[in-house]
Ligand binder design. Structure first.
Ligand code: ADP
Ligand code: MG
Length: 240
């Protein structure tokens, strides 16, 4: 197990109100594989990625990463994230004054960079022709593809992807899922998605509802995932 979450909670203070974005989350996740996280808008999916990646600190409970609690100190968490994790944010967050190529390389520290892999991603994601453009010159879908190349480029151990196919056409969406599947052979990929096609590609599904895990299913437990049943009746998957 690379991750162990024990009774993890996260609450936000909003004016006088406390919003419990996550409560009592218990999860164990393996070193590799594609995990699909589903649930309605506002259910806590993004919050879950934020606490797991150390962007936010849980208000209760504990997160073990490789058997060790995530560091309390922000700079240490940032260091760990830069070294071992990739993050595709729902709203991209590309750096506006850098070109596409510079944005993709922003996480590189000069050691052991695999330029061939980076070029492969750029080709596969069809962003080669926009290498020298700035984010404001790109469409939403192009920005999304650049954000994905950036998150994958230095071969992180954990890759968080927050609703990547929302601004993409079907063909590109499928390409991205196949890149994520490929990365999931050697990394843990945690994919937040609304898309039933993506869920079928997952090794495990975690369903979030009102900040709680209400379903935690492995591929081998699920007639819902793949094959004839869901093929004939896609609704099965939506009702997971
Ligand atoms: P999802 O990604 O599933 O749409 P989020 O994790 O973004 O859900 O949000 C979970 C809950 O926390 C929602 O009720 C949302 O309104 C609330 N929330 C998220 N971010 C903040 C914040 N910065 N301040 C206050 N409330 C927030
Ligand atoms: Mg979200």
């Amino acid at each position: 197990m690379i991750y162990q979450l024990n009774n993890v909670g996260l609450s936000y203070k909003d004016g006088g109100n406390t919003i419990n974005a996550l409560s009592d989350i218990n999860l164990e996740l393996p070193e590799t594989g594609l995990i699909g996280v589903i649930g309605p808008s506002g259910s806590g999916k993004t919050s879950l990625l934020y606490v797991m990646s150390g962007i936010k600190v849980p208000t209760s409970g504990q997160i073990l990463y490789r058997g060790v609690p995530l560091p309390h100190q922000t700079s240490l968490r940032n260091q760990l994230r830069r070294r071992e994790m990739g993050f595709v944010f729902q709203f991209h967050f590309l750096i506006s004054y850098l070109t596409v190529a510079q944005n993709i390389m922003v996480g590189f520290d000069g050691s052991g960079v695999d330029i061939n892999y980076m070029n492969y991603l750029i080709e596969e994601l069809r962003i080669s022709h926009i290498r020298n453009k700035k984010p404001y010159q790109l469409s939403g879908g192009q920005r999304q593809r650049v954000a994905i190349a950036r998150a994958l480029a230095n071969r992180p151990k954990v890759i968080f992807v927050d609703e990547p196919t929302s601004s993409l056409d079907h063909v590109t969406g499928r390409k991205i899922i196949s890149l994520l599947r490929e990365a999931a052979k050697n990394a843990l990929v945690i994919l937040v998605t609304h898309d039933y096609e993506n869920v079928r590609a997952a090794d495990k599904i975690v369903k979030i509802w009102d900040g709680k895990v209400i379903l935690d299913l492995d591929q081998n437990q699920a007639p819902y995932f793949e094959g004839s049943q869901s093929e004939k009746n896609p609704k099965t998957v939506f009702h997971l």
